[in-house]
Design a protein around this ligand. Sequence first.
Ligand code: ADP
Length: 190
Amino acid sequence: MRLLLMGPPGAGKGTQSAALAARFDIPAIATGDIFRAQVAAQTPLGITAQGYMDRGEYVADEVTNAMVAVRLAEPDCADGFLLDGYPRTVEQVAELDTMLATADSTLDSVVVLTVDTDELVGRLLRRAEIEGRADDTEPVIRRRQEVYAEQTAPLVELYDARSLVREVDGTGTVEEIGARIDEVLSRPVV
Ligand code: ADP
């Protein structure tokens, strides 16, 4: 199973991806988590990424693409993976297409979590109080929503043209949303 999990910041991708990856026995790969680990370790990649992340902007495509290519080449991805937070730009879609073609594989589904913007901002402000993530301040949260709308939302149409998209209502309890995801993945796209 090769899956993408998409949705705006605060949609609950991280929460759902762990459970989903466990159910399919595939690794969950979250580019945001990898960048945060690199920032924490102050590696050259982390130092490059940090400036973008603090502003709520996307890390440059060539940096992100190279990082994902390395990760997807690891043996645990050979039989499937769940990508959370990648691709986020049209350029990243093209790069992922190339990586998949090189490995002679294709995507099975793109799950898109939908939640309205006011609810998203509220969730991220609450998360800020609990986790204290550097990019969870109100101006940066709003910027991340804008960047998503401008650069990533158009990807849904692009994947829909390939009949891969399954939209899932991202409001409700974690269990309800998980059950909806299972349901859409258990039936073929029409
Ligand atoms: P969120 O979706 O809540 O903003 P993430 O943890 O997925 O949080 O990502 C945090 C930050 O990491 C993003 O704002 C961006 O700077 C960087 N990032 C993550 N994934 C990508 C990507 N595919 N392309 C570019 N930058 C990314």
